[in-house]
Unconditional design. Structure first.
Length: 418
């Protein structure tokens, strides 16, 4: 299912950026709300940052609403309340804490990046902006207009704000103008006056700078990214009696391959000896995982009960293997975050209290009316209970709706988190 371009842009902004809201205040805008090693963060900066946070959180809400409706999932009061709690009157303190913490974080990133000789060019920022709007070097230019009718030329103000120099000849010039027009349309239709293009590009610059700093820190680290993994096969049956009978046949010398093909309920691998390949801890349901990792290579388990049935597990290997995929990403993130926490202890962060007097209320959050489920969703509660759910991967600055995502397709395999 292909999302429209406006929704893709919103999602890109949600996933990569920190967050920000308007203000009611009765004091000078030059007041400082926080310093980090005497580097000031002013009320002006705080207000625009808070607007940015609120805008992104509202777009995150709208994105979830679109996905929920797409899959016929209920949007109830509990779902809405998660966002009301932070975007409503009672959420001001939480937003304040997040915005100030993010501001301090960016100052520390900039200082440490400078020490490491790292920087971000205007060209890098422009390239990232084009990627977000679908105009990267390898992107197909077939974007739908985010809000306004097709056609028209980009305003001179927008061209100036995005940097109008370096525009090449046809067809590059048409693509460049189309890109700048698309940015103009998006900000006019969605962002309005919440924040400026320059502010958005500044946040992109900070994001890219931290990516470089993270890579630098990881390259300097002597951490070895390995984890214990096992290679296993299984035969899945409905009852303990069936499992015990198969164990007796194995003891009598019958072929594992034949028994798996004839008896296993796991249709995904029964014809391949029930092979599950290599897996690490956290990838299987807990009873299966504990039994598999307790075996030595060459051993076969007693019947293991899970919500899928009864498993007979044969272990073919156990060793330390290089981390890959999400496991590697999580381990590297832990190393970087530990380094950052340690280095941050050397910075003096002083909050003046001026931000306490600022009431940020825009962009205004208007939750949709609760709706019932429109499309019947298959009940996989037994499967869901058997599987561990993955944690929030959107970062500490976002909160994922508790309802989760669409129901996953039923499977007999005891593997891998949905």
């Amino acid at each position: 299912m292909k999302l429209n371009k406006a929704l893709q842009i919103i999602l890109a902004m949600i996933l990569i950026l920190g967050f920000i809201a308007p203000v009611r205040t009765a004091f000078a805008q030059s007041d400082v709300v926080q310093t980090v090693n005497d580097i000031p963060f002013t009320v002006d900066q705080y207000v625009e940052s808070a607007k940015f946070y609120r805008f992104n959180l509202i777009q995150q809400y709208n994105y979830y609403v679109t996905i929920y409706r797409m899959y016929g999932m209920a949007i109830d009061d509990e779902f809405n309340q998660q966002f009301v709690d932070i975007l409503g009157e009672n959420g001001a303190e939480k937003i304040r804490e997040i915005v100030l913490a993010n501001a301090a974080h960016q100052v520390i990133v900039a200082a440490e990046a400078e020490k490491a000789g790292l920087s971000v060019s205007d060209e890098e920022v422009e390239t990232r902006l084009k990627d977000i709007f679908g105009y990267g070097a390898d992107a197909e230019v077939e974007l739908e207009t985010a809000a306004s009718p097709e056609g028209g030329e980009a305003s001179s103000d927008t061209l100036d704000s995005l940097g109008g120099e370096g525009i090449s000849t046809e067809p590059e010039i048409n693509k460049e103008l189309e890109f700048r027009n698309k940015v103009d349309e998006y900000f006019s239709a969605f962002v309005k006056d919440a924040f400026t293009v320059d502010f958005f590009k500044g946040d992109l610059r900070s994001l890219i700078l931290e990516e470089k700093l993270r890579e630098y820190v990881l390259n300097q680290s002597d951490e070895v990214y390995e984890q214990e993994e096992v290679k296993a096969r299984h035969i899945l049956v409905k009852t303990k009696e069936e499992a015990s009978a198969i164990l007796e046949k194995l003891a009598a010398g019958e072929s594992w391959e034949t028994l798996a093909a004839e008896n296993s309920l796991d249709t995904g691998n029964k014809d391949n000896s029930g092979d599950l390949g290599w897996f690490s801890k956290g990838m299987m349901v807990l009873p299966f995982e504990e039994a598999a990792f307790a075996l030595d290579p060459g051993e076969i388990s007693d019947p293991v009960k899970t919500d899928f049935g009864y498993h007979i597990i044969a272990l073919d290997g156990k060793e330390l293997r290089p981390m890959e995929g999400s496991a590697l990403e999580e381990a590297q993130t832990a190393v970087y975050e530990a380094w950052f926490e340690d280095i941050s202890a050397g910075y003096e962060i002083v909050k003046t209290g001026a931000a306490d007097k600022v009431v940020v209320t825009e962009p205004v959050f208007e939750p949709v009316e609760p709706t019932p489920t429109e499309i019947p969703v298959e009940d996989n509660s037994a499967e869901d209970a058997a599987m561990e759910t993955s944690g929030d991967e959107t970062g500490a600055m976002t909160e994922k709706p508790a309802d989760g995502a669409a129901a996953s397709e039923a499977t007999a395999e005891p593997t891998k988190k949905p």
